[in-house]
Design a binder for this molecule. Sequence first.
Ligand code: TMP
Length: 217
Amino acid sequence: MSARGLFITVEGGEGVGKSTGIAFLEKTLQAHGVELLVTREPGGSKLGEELRRLLLAVDDEPLDPTAELLLMFAARAQHISGRIEPALAAGKWVLCDRFTDATYAYQCGGRGIDRGAVSALENLVQGTLRPDCTLLLDAPVSIGLARARMRGDLDRFELEELAFFERVRATYLELAAGSSGRFRIIDAGQPLEQVQEQLLKVCKELTACWGVRHPAP
Ligand code: TMP
């Protein structure tokens, strides 16, 4: 039986370069011989992707914050049982674009939902599953939002006001400070090359710790 894989999550506010960072991590880890599932939240399963569409859609009926929270966890439950757990159990590493830290940052920090409620859902839906390592791509909100808004069509979250994203960023940094063993903060306000250098350092650290078979030179 193969050893359980590593569960890595990537977090950050809008426009911090998560997609580029994840593509770089995927390529680098695969070059180190890591078998990898790359996935995202909300999403990652058929139901999850349907729920993502509903969650991001701009609609004239405002989405109730508790409904939003429950839809995030409904998508997560399906994602964990259908994709994440089977991959980890088969010894694959899972690289997930956002996970429950995003719920604390957006639903608690952004929307003001009580952390106790999220913690209860976290325990119910995840059991003991928690990320082994979380990379937080951090950049000033004004930089990230300007990048996100340049991409064109804005989703329901991207339309939020500046203060919402300031609360999201502050919550992420607070979570990282409270779990410094799990988090690696990446300064995403730097030029791409320097961001990739920081990501490479984390990849080397993870593959060294977890004894991957074919380390790159
Ligand atoms: P993405 O497009 O950056 O992948 O994420 C979609 C949006 O969903 C993003 O604005 C953050 C939001 N989100 C939450 O509000 N709570 C969550 O638990 C997750 C996973 C995402």
